[in-house]
Ligand binder design. Structure first.
Ligand code: CU
Length: 139
């Protein structure tokens, strides 16, 4: 290393540091609330279709017309999502099938940390045929 480089390298390093773009800060996870409700003869998730980021949490709240639950359609989730969801879903009844929520305002939270991008079709088992279905998009 010659004398020029002893001076030039630190100056160059400072210059690069000064003009480098700021490092992207970790995205703060967001909690999304979904109401599970009966409205007249209809049963629904509200909102049913929405977009989240990997790492966000979705809280499903049993508002009315329960019991409700959250289940994912294994044929309509991204590759690699099944194992992550099964680990993230507490008190599962079976594969991708959450427990029935029977208490008023009971909350069932799913953390989407590590969830691959894509669309996740989900439904409420007791009310699937009545249209209680939705799609979560992870972007
Ligand atoms: Cu339901």
């Amino acid at each position: 290393m010659n004398r020029w480089s002893l001076v030039a390298l630190p100056v160059l390093a400072l210059g690069v540091a000064a003009f480098a773009k700021p490092v992207a800060h970790a995205v703060v996870p967001v909690t999304h609330r979904v109401r599970m409700a009966q409205q007249g003869a209809k049963y629904l998730f509200n909102p049913a279709n929405f977009t989240i980021k990997s790492g966000d949490v979705v809280e499903f709240v049993n508002v009315s017309g329960g019991p409700h639950n959250v289940a994912f359609d294994k044929d309509h989730i991204p590759a690699g999502a099944r194992e992550i969801l099964n680990k993230a879903m507490a008190r599962r009844q079976s594969d991708l099938m959450g427990p029935f929520l029977t208490q008023a305002n009971e909350v069932y939270a799913i953390n989407f940390t590590g969830a691959p991008k894509g669309t996740y079709s989900y439904f409420c088992l007791p009310h699937r045929a009545l249209g209680m279905v939705g799609v979560i998009t992870v972007e």
